[in-house]
Ligand binder design. Structure first.
Ligand code: GDP
Ligand code: MG
Length: 163
């Protein structure tokens, strides 16, 4: 098992909620990875009989705008270096923000596949407003509610298809 997917996105979009959902029923946090920091959590998920590593990034406390920018670049760098694919999480309840655009610019430069995941699609209204994220131009777009689990199966199918 060597495939690794990282979850990146600005604070509060729901990265850790998705991470915890992916790991439920088979919790297996790896805490002795060399260089591990409190900035990220590592776990193992299973889907359709396939196992893969999941990295939850961004476990930091938001500071000034400068710290924020630095942290976002760091997250994306980690994701691109350590992962084979990136789940780029955004928030349908908020819409596209400048920080989302900044992260998208960095991720577009990477050769790793990016799965744009629009979270908090809890109902049809959110699905309609969430369609604005197609304008970011990513090929793979998933609409999920990490809270309820809705749509996460399709996202996991897409991850498993890489393995
Ligand atoms: P992170 O900072 O990106 O790791 O975000 P968290 O996972 O900590 O979630 C931030 C907030 O969004 C929490 O209050 C979650 O309960 C909430 N949240 C996460 N996923 C969903 C979702 O699918 N729908 C709704 N309505 N709220 C969510
Ligand atoms: Mg988090």
């Amino acid at each position: 098992m060597s495939f690794t997917v990282a979850i990146v996105g600005r604070p509060n979009v729901g990265k850790s909620t998705l991470f915890n959902r992916l790991l439920e029923k088979r919790q297996a946090i790896v805490d002795d990875v060399s260089g591990v920091t409190r900035d990220r959590q590592y776990g193992i998920a299973e889907w359709n009989g396939k196992s893969f590593n999941v990295i939850d990034t961004g476990g930091f406390v938001a500071g000034s705008a400068d710290v924020f920018e630095t942290e976002i670049r760091k997250q994306v760098k980690i994701a691109i270096e350590e992962a084979d694919a990136v789940i780029f999480m955004t928030d349908a309840a908020v819409g596209i923000t400048d920080l989302d655009d900044d992260m998208a610019d960095l991720l577009r430069r990477s050769s790793k596949p990016v799965l744009l995941t629009v979270n908090k699609v809890d109902n049809n209204d959110r699905m309609l407003s969430g369609t604005e994220f197609y304008s970011m131009g990513f090929e793979n777009v998933y609409f999920v509610s990490s809270m309820s689990g809705s749509g996460t199966g399709e996202l996991l199918d897409a991850v498993a298809a890489f393995i």
